[in-house]
Design a protein around this ligand. Sequence first.
Ligand code: NAI
Ligand code: 15L
Length: 268
Amino acid sequence: AERRTVLLTGAAGGVGTLMRELLPPHGYDLRLLDVVPVPGEPAAITADLADHDALRAAVRGTDAIVHLAGISLESTFDKILRANVEGTYNLYEAARAEGVRRIVFASSNHVVGHTPWPAPGAPPLPVDAPRRPDTFYGLSKCFGEDLAQLYWDKFGIETVSIRIGSCFPEPTSVRMLSVWLSPADGARLFDAALRAENVGHTVVYGSSANTRTVWDLAPTRALGFEPEDDSEVFAARLIAEHGELDTSRPDQAHIGGAFVNDPPIWPR
Ligand code: NAI
Ligand code: 15L
């Protein structure tokens, strides 16, 4: 099949670094962008999401964009506003101006982070559950999802918003046993989100096929995503180290984990 050219924003970050290795074998030639230089990638574009001209040039001639750039944890409202809210708007404007018609947006579980952790046996959290951000960070991802909907309805730019759980080489907490997205499954999911037809604006949760999942992966699978990993292989070691998940603990009572306490609202 024909290789497609994809702009990867946030290419120097954790997920970006994983995807630089894992996405090309799925048939993509990556153009890289980050506000900091991307180690070992002299051709990467070093630009801020505030730089309109740089964004126009960066998206020009690409088939699609995977938008990872932004602040990935809680921060001050002003910083979040600039990088995640205005930055995502600037990127969509560049896509509109240059005729790029598919974006994969790195949304986050923190859009629903203040949702209570589902009780044992309760149904998994659906994608259309009320949004309950746990941080200004999560709030900015709510904005990104709504921006994507607007650009579909108004301008015909398609987006898959992936509410990523925890995409790291390995899960490092008992909470992550439920929300882990293995890097290889992450690449499979980005690939599915880039290839699926007629997505309009589609919101999905992003995780591996974890035994302890807390959310509904059916819409994610409907994109053509076939996860191959399950965090359960890490469960015995993590539980021996940290104990079983205890939803009476404030930092384990919600989908978003400790983010609900950032900035601190209860004593540690
Ligand atoms: P990261 O913080 O490691 O990487 C983000 C990258 O964006 C950094 O390299 C940073 O330099 C760049 N960046 C920040 N502000 C920028 C700006 N104004 N202009 C250009 N580049 C800018 O984050 P990570 O973990 O790689 O996450 C990637 C994306 O996925 C983020 O949008 C994050 O919110 C989202 N996400 C990640 C999850 C995870 O498990 N790693 C979970 C849920 C969402
Ligand atoms: C996120 O949205 C963050 O970007 C990432 O660093 C992790 O904290 C992840 O969520 C998580 O919930 O584990």
